[in-house]
Design a protein around this ligand. Sequence first.
Ligand SMILES: Cc1cc2nc3c(=O)[nH]c(=O)nc-3n(C[C@H](O)[C@H](O)[C@H](O)COP(=O)(O)O)c2cc1C
Length: 180
Amino acid sequence: MEKKVLVAFATTHGATQEVAEEVAAVLRDHGYEVEVQPARAVKSLAGCGAVVLGASLYMMHMHKDAARFLSRHKRAFNEGLPFAIFAGGPFDKADAAVWAEVRKRLDGDLANYPWLKPISTLVIGGKFDPTGLRFPWNLLPALKQMSSSDLRDWQAIRAWAGSLAEQMATGPLDLPTTIA
Ligand SMILES: Cc1cc2nc3c(=O)[nH]c(=O)nc-3n(C[C@H](O)[C@H](O)[C@H](O)COP(=O)(O)O)c2cc1C
């Protein structure tokens, strides 16, 4: 079976899906066959040559769909299926200390899955829109009073996806591309 790259995403408000689509577009530009799926909908990783997971962060932890995805597919990752993750993230200010703390917490979450050996981990900025908050966050008046913001750095995200494409091409991955 021809192997593809799966870009799975765990989102509540849609920002992580938009990043997943951008990562997928860059990988496709490099010639890979790519499928983008909500993490919770992925039942099997059969036919995947590599996985990129996008996880939004809530209350300093990965979205539950991302955590469940990692547990559900333990066997495939244990067998060495190449894996990369982007997660985020901070949206109110580009403060280095905040980003370092987010990275530390993310690494702490990932340590719960010792079978995972990410080829790359990226912390991204987040997007916040007080008018589009979903339950239960829309019940919190303090959140509704915050300003909207978007700290997703598309240039950095595209550069990261490009570096993944190169690692996949030069690493020990047997990934067919659509480029002859
Ligand atoms: C209630 C709430 C809690 C959040 N907690 C965190 C957090 O602990 N760490 C973090 O980096 N980002 C946090 N964020 C920011 C989100 O991760 C960010 O908005 C992200 O882009 C949302 O992704 P999504 O739209 O894919 O769900 C929080 C956002 C909300 C609304």
